[in-house]
Design a protein around this ligand. Structure first.
Ligand SMILES: *Cc1c(COP(=O)(O)O)cnc(C)c1O
Length: 454
């Protein structure tokens, strides 16, 4: 049999997002104000986020309606297909049934527009004129540029300087969709000017770019800040992915998935994909849920579960999460979207409770799995996505060894058409595997903030 895809009709697209907060095994620890140690209130976040998103951040409602205007834009590429990967199964000679959910079909080539469109909508509805954000390799910046373009919002992207010059094509996407893109650090913000005075030749970093975007939003009344991962409302918007997968597995005649696999940078594609199944697992169903991260940035597998800042400069509230320390600077692996020192607090809680398991993979075997996938199923995976594919291939091989015919489902978070330079490096044998050094880890963890009053 050949590979096939399971499509839903537009009418079957979910009309509500699933909020996992009321179903957690224990409540999420609140964000804390770094100066007082007190929980952050809605008013603390109001200068940079619209109230609807702040309310979603703390909502205990299980189902939140997807606004009609957001649904209308989702329908440009949603529902996204679920594929049965027969050709990959055959190549692996596995009795496992492998499915992948294809989020690469969005205009930006990844899952990120699922939240970008929602965030642009709520900001527009609140009367905001412009959104400011940061981007590393450009996936998030291009998704937000696309969304702002649809809603007639201006979009300012602070792009890490080294990527701005080394990875020009996602910058082109952002500019085509009408965003203004600056190599960060810039002269537009205090944070940027200070860094440039101290380090004129800095290549920039995500931490610096976040500080610039937050300052831009906080100092302009008509401008808000937008974040593409980590926060609860971002996980919420991404659940459209997992809700579709549930319906598609039903159509495929699968009673339940045995193994769910996704890659984790800040956690949004993984959470959106698996959260709708977590409740079933908590109710006793036997489902393994595996989060895959790079060995070069082993947040869930080697980090501490502790309060830490979301950015390098220490401007954001304290978040209870697995962290490598906010001063951690990850090596320059090609999966740029997986180089973050922390992870979504909702995901971290579930890992800490043992509901979700985590593993780390080095980049050479990751690219080998990506090449096998490209040669069997055709699509070239994003380097981030390839981490999930490595674990998928390994699980399928284990099934071959044990003879178990499991149902394995992986989230295909994006394609790699703008990452071919990374594939070139792989094909030329120039990729290195990084193991994050233990001493460096201990140094960064020693700098975790003290929580006042604890
Ligand atoms: C940004 C990105 C990721 C990592 O971000 P998450 O919030 O962890 O999902 C993964 N895959 C692709 C294709 C991305 O663009």
């Amino acid at each position: 049999m050949d590979s096939y895809k399971i499509n839903l009709s537009e009418a079957e697209m979910p009309q509500e997002w699933y909020n996992i907060q009321p179903d957690l095994p224990r409540p999420m620890p609140p964000y804390l104000h770094p100066a007082t140690g007190q929980p952050v209130g809605p008013q603390d976040l109001a200068p940079i986020f619209p109230m609807e998103l702040i309310m979603q951040e703390v909502s205990q409602e299980r189902w939140i309606p997807i606004p009609d205007e957001v649904q209308r834009i989702y329908r440009l590429w949603r529902p996204s297909p679920l594929h049965r990967a027969y050709r990959l199964e055959q190549a692996l000679k596995t009795p496992a049934r492998i499915y992948y959910k294809d989020e690469s079909v969005s205009p930006a080539g990844s899952h990120k527009p699922n939240t970008a469109v929602a965030q642009a909508y709520y900001n527009k509805a609140a009367g905001i004129k412009r959104l400011a954000t940061e981007t590393g390799a450009g996936q998030w910046g291009s998704a937000l540029a696309l969304a702002c373009n649809f809603f007639g919002l201006e979009c300012t992207v602070y792009m890490v300087k080294v990527s701005y010059f080394q990875k020009p094509y996602r910058r082109s996407l952002m500019q085509i969709w009408g965003a203004e893109v600056f190599p960060s650090p810039t002269d537009h913000t205090n944070a940027g000017r200070q860094i440039k005075a101290k380090m004129p030749d800095t290549p920039g970093s995500l931490g610096i770019a976040i500080s610039e975007a937050v300052e831009d939003a906080a100092t302009h009344d008509d401008t808000n800040y937008s974040l593409g991962s980590v926060l609860n409302h971002v996980m919420l918007h991404q659940t459209v992915v997992g809700l579709e997968v549930k319906k598609q597995l039903d159509l495929a005649g699968e009673k339940k998935p045995d193994v769910l696999i996704g890659c984790v940078g800040g956690g949004s594609n993984f959470a959106g994909f698996c959260f709708p199944f977590v409740t079933r697992k908590l109710q006793g169903e036997d489902i393994r849920i595996i989060a895959v991260e790079p060995t070069a940035c082993p947040t869930l597998t080697k980090g501490a579960y502790a309060y830490d800042f979301g950015d390098t400069a220490g401007l954001t509230p304290l978040i209870m999460m697995y962290t490598l320390g906010h001063s951690f600077v990850p090596p320059g692996i090609h999966a740029g979207g997986l180089r973050y020192h922390g992870d979504a607090p909702l995901l971290c809680l579930l890992v800490h409770e043992g509901v979700i398991e985590a593993r780390a993979e080095p980049q050479v075997p990751v690219f080998e799995a990506a090449r096998l996938f490209a040669q069997t199923e055709g699509i070239i995976p994003a380097p981030e996505t390839a981490h999930a594919l490595r674990a998928t291939v390994d699980e399928a091989i284990r099934c071959r060894e044990t003879g178990e015919s499991k149902c394995i489902v992986v989230n295909f978070s994006g394609h790699g058409f703008l990452d071919l330079g990374a594939y070139d490096a792989f094909l030329e044998g120039k990729l290195e595997d990084f193991e994050y050094p233990e001493t460096e880890l201990q140094r960064a963890l020693a700098e975790l903030p003290q929580v006042p009053g604890s």
